[in-house]
Design a binder for this molecule. Structure first.
Ligand SMILES: [Cu+2]
Length: 117
């Protein structure tokens, strides 16, 4: 590679597409996942599971809508990992069904058929 080629490649890499501002933006994404949470205890269980999850930067579960908003770093985790983490503590996460063993261990008031309360 001669000097001219090196210069062209460098200029390309320093193009506006890779400014620090854009990088910061892609380092955090937000996803809304529909869960089967029905009460405050579910909220605590799911949020605790998310707090242990690598790459998760923030979470907020709204029991009334059963939706949890998760802020995460897409370089460190994936939406699939986040859904799996929720499933592992006994709750549905979008199309991912609750882990049956974890679901059985849930408190009676936290089962899906308990209804929102
Ligand atoms: Cu519950």
């Amino acid at each position: 590679m001669n000097i001219l080629e090196l210069f062209i490649v460098s200029a390309f890499m320093l193009s506006p597409c890779s400014t620090p501002k854009d990088t910061a933006k892609t380092n955090q994404q937000e996803i809304v996942i529909t869960t089967s949470a029905v009460c405050g205890m579910c909220k605590k269980t799911i949020e605790k599971a998310l707090s242990y999850e690598k790459g998760v930067k923030g979470y907020d579960l709204d029991v009334a809508t059963k939706k949890v908003t998760v802020k995460y770093n897409p370089n460190k985790t994936t939406v699939e990992n986040i859904r799996t983490a929720i499933s592992k503590v006994g709750y549905d996460a979008d199309e991912v069904e609750a882990d049956p063993v974890a679901y059985e261990k849930l408190h009676g008031c936290c089962k899906k058929d308990a209804g929102v309360h």
